[in-house]
Design a protein around this ligand. Structure first.
Ligand code: GAF
Length: 387
């Protein structure tokens, strides 16, 4: 962890603890979980394909203590709001942020595990709406805590990730795949993870870039997946898979798709074409990384951007502009990251190009859109944990 991050997290812990002792007296136990990046493999998770994420040093921390009742009292330091709720289905809180926590509690209970009343204070430094999965970080932090505090850690880690995913489906209106919660739960310092979202097998890839850096450039166009076209993208893929008589697009080839071209809409065709290409790109990037072939990694990243922009149509003007700037500066690879509709580009930049690239992108973006993009160097870190 960098010194800066450590100080920041200490300041956050201190603030959390002050609020906890003022509101509830005494102290609780600290838990944390992380946001994530994804090197490549977008919108492949719910299609049974591969993803290649890692947890990052942007985290959510929560201080939690069982309170001996059947009610939960939670204070958000960042939003400066309290939510109080019971643990039955009809007790859902009205605030969206609190529904993530309530949903986690309910999903733990639905699986036959225990949740009792607790008091909690939490804060985070995962930028909201930037495509870094602040919601998965929140879900994983509380899922991990409920497992630790009330269930002797009997719930396995995949189930913790699924608890977060089901929370999105059942309490937040987003029909997401498993990538974000998986990354947030399984994240390991200095390692990316290649996950096969059909078999759920995964392997850690030590993340060492020789002569290159990864950096996120945040357009600050807020991405909001709730009630978004995200769910529509997923429906397109499911329609095509159904037409092909397969479970997911993992098993589809371009030949298969072309066979049914006349029976599906032009839009569904484009969505499936993107997914079929993206499945292969993840595998190509993993192989290329092992050979130290950053040129190929970068090319695939640009191809993903093109596909997400033109075929999957989840980009926006600002992100396309950031991608163009990266290309103009000679950046090795750049693409929109995460679900889309705003947020960040992820950029693979040669060490000696890093400073000039950041200077150009900051200046030109500011000139065009009236505000600077935010820059986040990527530090691959641990996922959910008790501190
Ligand atoms: C969002 C979703 F939550 C993930 O499941 C994944 O589909 C991603 O968009 C796109 O790759 O982050």
């Amino acid at each position: 962890m960098s010194t800066q991050q450590h100080e920041c997290s200490n300041a956050m812990e201190q603030k959390i603890h002050e609020e906890f002792s003022t509101r509830f007296g005494g102290e609780g136990i600290l838990f944390a979980s992380a946001g994530r990046i994804n090197l490549i493999g977008e919108h492949t998770d719910y299609n049974g394909g591969f993803v290649f994420p890692g947890a990052i040093d942007k985290i959510i921390e929560a201080e939690i203590r069982p309170n001996g009742t059947d009610r939960c009292r939670v204070y958000s330091v960042d939003i400066k709001e309290t939510a109080e709720f019971g643990l039955k289905e009809e007790d859902a809180p009205s605030q969206q942020w609190a529904r993530y926590i309530f949903g986690v509690c309910r999903e733990v209970q639905k699986r036959g595990f225990v949740v009792k009343g607790f008091d909690a204070v939490f804060a985070g430094n995962v930028p909201l709406g930037a495509g870094l999965s602040s919601s998965a970080a929140l879900e994983s932090c509380f899922a991990f805590a409920m497992n630790d505090l009330f269930n002797d850690n009997k719930i396995d880690k995949f189930e913790l990730a699924k608890i977060g995913q089901s929370t999105e489906h059942n309490y937040c209106g987003v029909n997401c795949g498993i990538m974000d919660q998986f990354a947030s739960v399984f994240g390991k310092k200095d390692n990316l993870m290649r996950l096969d979202c059909r078999s759920m097998e995964f392997e850690y890839f030590p993340f060492k870039l020789d002569g290159y850096k990864l950096v996120l450039v945040d357009s600050q166009v807020k991405h909001e997946l709730v009630d978004s076209p995200y769910n529509k993208r997923r429906q397109s893929c499911e329609r095509v898979a159904e037409k092909l008589g397969i479970e997911t697009l993992r098993d589809a080839t371009m030949d298969d798709l072309n066979r049914i071209k006349d029976e599906i809409s032009e839009e569904d065709y484009k969505r499936a074409e993107y997914v079929i290409g993206e499945k292969q790109r993840v595998l190509d990037v993993c192989d290329a990384l092992e050979r130290g072939d950053y040129q190929t990694v970068g090319e695939r990243m640009y191809q993903t951007h093109e596909g997400m922009s033109k075929l999957y149509e989840v980009s926006c003007e600002e992100l396309d502009y950031l991608n163009d700037l990266a290309k103009e500066c000679g950046v090795t690879g750049s693409r929109i990251m995460g679900g889309g509709f705003g947020g960040c580009t992820i950029n693979l930049v040669k060490d000696d190009l890093y400073d000039p690239f950041i200077a150009v992108v900051t200046k030109k973006f500011q000139e065009k859109y009236g505000h600077e993009p935010k820059i986040y160097p990527v530090v691959i870190s641990d996922g959910a944990r008790r501190l």
